[in-house]
Ligand binder design. Sequence first.
Ligand code: ZN
Length: 273
Amino acid sequence: KVYGGIFLYLDNRKQMNYTEENRRKTAYFARKRGNMIRVTVWNEYLHEKEEPVRHIYPNGIHGCIKEFLQTDEELVIKTATFEMPEHGLTEEVLKQTDVLIFWSHMRQNEFSDEVAARVCSHVRQGMGLVALHSAHFSKIMKGLLGTSMTLRWKHGESERVFCTAPYHPIAEGIPERFDIPKEEMYGEYFDIPKPDDVIFTGWFSCGEVFRSGCTFHSGYGKIFYFQPGHEEYPVYYIPEVQKIIKNAVHWCKPSVRKTSQLDCAEVKEVTLP
Ligand code: ZN
């Protein structure tokens, strides 16, 4: 059983290194073309100001995410937090953002309606969104997906994450399953619209299951919701979790980016050939 575990571990590492190697090659050309992916990592950054969370993420969750994303040479990464003016998500910042990574929890209700609407509008115009953990309940996710986003939760379980769409680009290099030693349980029923893909399904030691990694579209924007990342456990240091977030940034980057709000256009005349 121990040897089996070691082989699985080595095989997983080999798979992940292989995709890292490929990405280094594409990064070279992206830099040459000036075609980098601009990422803004947004974090509420309140839990980390006190122990025990400060100890786990001394530079905040956004600092940790920025650090591991920086090994991907195709990305240009900025951060923003709740306490900045307009939460650091001004029109200018969003215009310069290809993919927004978003972690929130304590102050979701106090998050500005205006800024939430602005972010939703940019997603509909094509900006990618990676919503992490409790960000499911943010005004942004509720606004984009239109459901209650409610779920069931419980602290301190272990989670086994199964890859349930191995053909999806977000699953590239990710093993068929991996473990998170300690995580907050999120359980079904999770009130989301029917996802485009359920890429990861979490199974918790208390017996619950959850659609842990789901993709959606809103307007022209691609959205990935990923459940792992409760602030009290060092989840964002796990290599598989880091790799999934990196893959998600690549998948969520805009295919089309509109420059104005989506609107109904009147067609004046139609000329048939
Ligand atoms: Zn949590």
